[in-house]
Ligand binder design. Structure first.
Ligand code: NAD
Ligand code: TDX
Length: 338
């Protein structure tokens, strides 16, 4: 089996590439990534010499390069995307271009290379469902929940998601889509809330909590997500969508208190800042379909252990995040208040 992973130099992609090489000894992986600000081959340095691994610096919008690379490939796992909501608020152009148009260009190239019979997995997000009310704790996103995107990021991901659906219905392509909740773990770009807060505290800075901190997210360890994607690649039913979640909902305030407590700080390190425009209130996933049909459930996401391990990783890998943070990167908070 030869899998091409787009976005394999990003946070989830690097974890997925490492997992395939570790857990599927007969497989080859091509990592196809444009190396935007969040793509970092340093995250894969330990597998550089592996003869089952190769890297192609390429953009998913580059049809010509895809036509050269895709013929020897058995399956595509499409993870490449502009992934940060705050950046999409500042400038949505790159999001539509990479996430929606890029997915369409890749689907067309995959069909040119192999017709419709080889598998294409699209890594979507729970954010395509929009938001749930805070009041109704039992409300969950199911695969039947209508797509009601609220941020330019989620709208651009939904564009790709709907293209994938359309290529199955129109052309009969073998596609499967995953919609996952918030990931955490090592090597996450420190613009996302957990690595941002942990690295700020390690630098003696306060953590910028948006609004009143009531917003709720469901947290899943990145390796659990990658295992779900691998399961769907191997066993998912063609044309289906599978929700992926940790059953691990926390308000941002709760998350912040957990991080502060693990790191030995108090509430004085919280800085309440202006809310994110259009900030979705609550994400919560019904992931019973993937468990029932494919037997997947999370095994690495239990708190507080998984969060403590993640905090330890950033504590022990200061040189990694200092290098990453020194690049041309400004968080939404810094551009608004910095
Ligand atoms: P990331 O920003 O860390 O990585 C994205 C990768 O895609 C980078 O390596 C980047 O260089 C590459 N890329 C971006 N545009 C590209 C293009 N046009 N062509 C080729 N490569 C390009 O993001 P991540 O958190 O690892 O997310 C990976 C995927 O998972 C995304 O599709 C995201 O929407 C989805 N997802 C993420 C989460 C999460 O919590 N992080 C949750 C659910 C779904
Ligand atoms: O500085 C901050 N302060 C803050 O309070 C940041 C960066 C975030 N937040 C809040 C906003 C969200 O409610 O924390 C929560 C999580 O924020 P992000 O880490 O930006 O993630 P989110 O917007 O929930 O989106 C993530 O999960 C779904 C990923 O970035 C997406 O790629 C994925 O699809």
């Amino acid at each position: 089996m030869h899998v091409l992973v787009t976005g394999g130099a990003g946070f989830i992609g690097t974890s997925f590439v490492r997992m395939i090489l570790r857990d599927r000894p007969g497989w080859r992986v091509t990592n196809y990534d444009a190396l935007t600000y969040s793509g970092n081959l340093e995250n894969l340095s330990e597998i550089e010499g592996n003869e089952r691994y190769s890297f192609v610096k390429g953009d998913v919008r580059d049809a010509q390069l895809l036509d050269e690379v895709l013929p020897g490939v058995d399956a595509v796992v499409h993870m490449a995307a502009e992934s940060h909501v705050d950046r999409s608020i500042m400038d949505s152009g790159p999001f539509v271009d990479s996430n929606t148009r890029g997915t369409q260009v890749l689907l067309d190239a995959w069909r040119r290379a192999h017709g419709v019979d080889r598998r294409f997995v699209y890594v979507s997000t729970d954010e395509v469902y929009g938001t749930l009310p805070l009041e109704d704790k039992n409300a969950l996103f199911t695969e039947e929940t209508p797509l009601q995107t609220n941020s330019p990021y989620s709208a651009s991901k939904a564009g790709g998601d709907l293209m994938v659906r359309a290529y199955h219905h129109t052309h009969g392509m073998d596609v499967v889509t995953t919609r996952c909740s918030n990931n955490f773990g090592p090597w996450q770009f420190p613009e996302k809330v957990i690595p941002l807060f942990v690295t700020n505290l390690l630098d003696g800075k306060k953590v910028p909590l948006y609004g009143d901190g009531r917003n709720v997210r469901d947290w899943l360890h990145v390796e659990d997500h990658c295992e779900a994607v691998l399961t769907v690649l191997e066993k998912g039913r063609s044309g289906e969508v599978y929700n992926v979640g940790g059953n691990n909902e926390r308000s941002n305030l709760e998350l912040t208190h957990s991080i502060l407590s693990i790191m030995g700080h108090g509430d004085e390190m919280i800085e309440y800042v202006k809310d994110r425009p259009g900030h979705d209130l609550r994400y919560a996933i019904d992931a019973s379909k993937i468990k029932r049909e494919l037997g997947w459930e999370p095994t690495r996401s239990a708190w507080p252990g998984a969060l403590e391990d993640t905090v330890s990783w950033y504590t022990e890998n200061r040189s990694w995040w200092e290098r990453v943070r020194s690049g041309a990167y400004q968080s939404y908070y810094e551009t608004q208040y910095g």
